[in-house]
Design a protein around this ligand. Sequence first.
Ligand code: NDP
Length: 515
Amino acid sequence: MIKEYSHEPFTDFLIEKNYREMEQALEHIKSYLGKKHSLLIDGKNVETDEEITSINPANKEEVVGYVSKASKEHAEDAMKAAHHAFESWRLWDAEARAELLFRAAAITRRRKKELTALLIKEGGKPWKEADADIAEGIDFMEYYGREMIRLKDGAPVKSREGEKNKYIYTSMGVTVVIPPWNFAFAIMVGTTVAPIVTGNTVVLKPASNTPVIARAFIDILKEAGIPKGVVNFCPGSGSEVGDYLVDHPLTHLISFTGSREVGTRIYNRASQVREGQKWLKRSIIEMGGKDTVVVDKNADLEAAAEEIFVSAFGFSGQKCSAGSRAVIHEDVYDRVVERVVKIAETKKVGDPVDGKTYMGPVIDQSSFDKIMNYIEIGKEEGRLVYGGKSDDSKGFFIDPTIFADVDPKARIMQEEIFGPVLAFSKGGDFKELIEIANNTEYGLTGAVFSNNREHLEYAKGHFHVGNLYFNRNCTGAIVGYHPFGGFNMSGTDSKAGGPDYLPLHMLPKTISEML
Ligand code: NDP
């Protein structure tokens, strides 16, 4: 009997025992930092001369691991292996495929602290954020396993006298999975196991900043009993291996999460029919965001300020859902800005190995440079009221940075910065606040703080985002509770962790038989 799904609890690090265990896990993982990790193709580990060096963004000197780097030839071998394995994997009983996910979830749960520690090192995530990332990975396995069992017999259709009809879901084929580094475990796991549980086979190209945690998950799938060729692990350059996999005629489905720039490129390439291709490729493309927290004049201002801070600066603003813009009613604007600045003054920035750290580094030098450039732009476009300082001598550290009085059309109000930068604008009435909130090309998440029911109802109809939150922050979607995905240039709105997600990985088939 499978228990009803509920999300993996978050670890409370205020409990002494949990705090100590996390410190021990961070000690323990030192023993496997700096090791070599191979590709996995057709069930075999493959080592290459060329490697990706994964470093700790809080300490550039520390190598998290050396990971083999796939060439086009490796990608070709992986495609062939996945294509071959598909023939038998698609015929596995749906429940057996779901059980494999449940076993992998159980192994992950047993190794949770160690994986959390690895993510702290490789992703630069503070404890709480890293713990939530691993928990979300577990949730995806538990949730999609149950979803597959729900969908295994298809959906009901009518039969007539003398004619029996069935509507079932069948597998598609080889899926190319390309996740980002910012939810290096959760998104990588979710986008890998959804095609697997639906009977497809996978070639996974992890993000080059975080390949070690991805390889750790591949080993978990192996331990759970995944047959050879069903998942193939191919780290490599996005432009070389990524393009090759996307363009390949045997690719049937592409599951991408990342920037708007790369997402639109993949969307475009996937639409071209290549020689030998027998189907139109389907693509799930989830991209960036420029997410807004709106504060109405009669809102709980203390709660709003707390949640603006969390939305903007959790994981240094490196979330697609980060509330990097706050739009405040003019009557309460000064009070909210002042309060958010006060909160910023209490937060510790530093190495996330320390459990007291609120904000760690940004992921790499190019992100650091890009964010610092936006901070310079912000100085021209608004009033710097907090932060602006940075230090990349040891790791890539940037203080939480807050700009007030920014024009709603300014660049720092429009472009995804993907770092710890928050911009404030004001508006005169609620309608105007929502108009400003909608004025970007994205449409991922948004939050409204208001105690006016009419205004909340107005926001339901007019605030055009995939995930709309009332009187809470705009980040932290939970699998099975807040299905996640955005509108407009935020992507195809596939709603990961929701009831419509798995069918995107399958072909519905109608079978009609005369009796
Ligand atoms: P990128 O778009 O830079 O990279 C995402 C993935 O695409 C990586 O694995 C990358 O590989 C790969 N890639 C790069 N170029 C190509 C190519 N030409 N063909 C195929 N694959 C390629 O995004 P980031 O990793 O920097 O992630 C941050 C972005 O992700 C932000 O915009 C954020 O908003 C978005 N995001 C969206 C989410 C959503 O649900 N909507 C959730 C999380 C993040 P490599 O690392 O080797 O370059």
